[in-house]
Design a protein around this ligand. Structure first.
Ligand SMILES: *Cc1c(COP(=O)(O)O)cnc(C)c1O
Length: 380
């Protein structure tokens, strides 16, 4: 048995849709399947406008342009996140201001946000870690009070909810990822959700190289031209076709992942009671998508031992995030506000376990048993 950390799942529809996209005679962006994905996402997520992008990174870059952040502006975000959250804004000359996370959800600590706001602050970027929602009502209230945008990095939060609302649809804009390590995939891929209608028209322009080509295709202008800054953020039809197959199976994929997540969760309850580890905490306001199962062990030493032990058992378990505030580029382009105590601590202790659609019962049992064996041995 050799258990990888992730294995991309294939439904039985991707190849047929791709071949059909070719037969339809158009492989560039915004063809039949891409449009189908757009309306599927708009209907399912209840948002004004969903547009596929080549990655969540691309969607975040679009949000930074749409938010009009300029050189020297500040954007509040966690340090415990993927590089793209920060990079998207740094590319516009803005400064990521890192704020510590909550010890329970590992999300941006909403109580620390207001202290980090200055005259230069333009936006708050909540990242829904492991598909578990940030405290969005509080974050939105703070944003309203200070006239800031809320831009959600919902890369891991596709099909998760906060108080019944889909993640990515709560702020002015949201970014999704369909990278192969996420729940629903297209290899590389993402989407921007434009929830505030005032950004829709410019979003289409920025995504199409700064041209009004989308309007042209709808017959609203008789020729298209360069009207704004922009880039090529749209994926080709092969990606749209692949993604459509996955979206159609999304409910089943989520259900299966939740089953695996719960199995892990139940199996580790006793180890948590005995003080060996801490399991994820899901607030009542949140319905999560089982994007990730992690455990928090005592310290870096135990984690290093555990990862090595699991590797010997042919299980690939991995840690997550060197905090951005301590990375070379983070130090150069960002600044931290206040202590990063929780971020530093969690980053040393977090261990992610294999969780993917095709994980078998025997494989799950092997992971669970191995972790139990590790801690039993430690106790002796
Ligand atoms: C995966 C991820 C991204 C980047 O997604 P891509 O689609 O690979 O660009 C950004 N932010 C977070 C929090 C992620 O987990």
């Amino acid at each position: 048995m050799n258990i990888p950390f992730n294995k991309p799942h294939l439904t039985d529809k991707e190849m047929g849709y791709i071949s059909n996209a070719h037969a339809l005679g158009r492989l560039s962006g915004d063809g039949f399947y891409t449009k189908k994905c757009h309306s599927w996402l708009e209907k399912r997520m209840k948002t004004k406008k969903a547009l596929l992008t080549h990655s969540c990174t691309g969607a975040l870059e679009m949000m930074a342009i749409l938010a009009n952040v300029k050189k020297g502006d500040e954007v509040i975000m966690p340090s415990f996140t993927f590089v793209s959250t920060a990079n998207a804004f740094v590319l516009r000359g803005a400064i990521p201001v890192f704020v510590d996370i909550r010890p329970d959800t590992l999300n941006l600590d909403e109580k620390l946000i207001e202290g980090a706001i200055t005259r230069k602050t333009k936006a708050i970027v909540p990242v829904h870690y492991a598909g578990v929602a940030c405290e969005m009502d509080t974050i939105k209230k703070i944003a309203r009070r200070h006239n800031l945008l809320v831009l959600e990095d919902a890369a891991q939060g596709v099909f998760s909810k906060y108080k019944g609302k889909n993640l990515g649809t709560i702020g002015e804009m949201g970014a999704y990822s369909f990278h192969e390590t996420k729940n629903v995939i297209s290899g590389e891929g993402g989407a921007i959700l434009v929830n505030d209608p005032k950004f829709v028209e410019r979003a289409e322009i920025i995504r199409e190289k700064g041209t009004n080509r989308s309007k042209f295709f709808r017959g609203q202008v008789d020729k298209y031209t360069w009207v704004d800054i922009g880039s090529s953020y749209l994926p080709g039809e092969v990606i749209g076709a692949f993604l459509m197959a996955q979206l159609e199976k999304a409910a089943e994929i989520t259900k299966k992942r939740i089953r695996i997540w719960r199995k892990y969760h139940k199996a580790f309850a006793e180890l948590e009671e005995r003080g060996f580890l801490r399991r994820p905490i899901i607030p009542e306001t949140c319905e999560h998508n089982a994007h990730m199962y992690y455990i928090l062990v005592k310290n870096l030493k135990v984690r290093t031992e555990l990862l090595e032990f699991l590797q010997k058992k042919n299980i690939l378990s991995v840690f997550h995030y060197i905090p951005l505030h301590s990375s070379p580029a983070g130090k150069k382009y960002g600044r931290k506000h206040g202590s990063m105590k929780v971020t530093n601590d969690i980053s040393d202790r977090l261990t992610r376990l294999p969780l993917f659609y095709d994980l078998t019962t025997q494989e799950i049992d092997h992971v669970i048993k191995s972790i139990h064996t590790f801690f039993e041995k430690k106790q002796k």
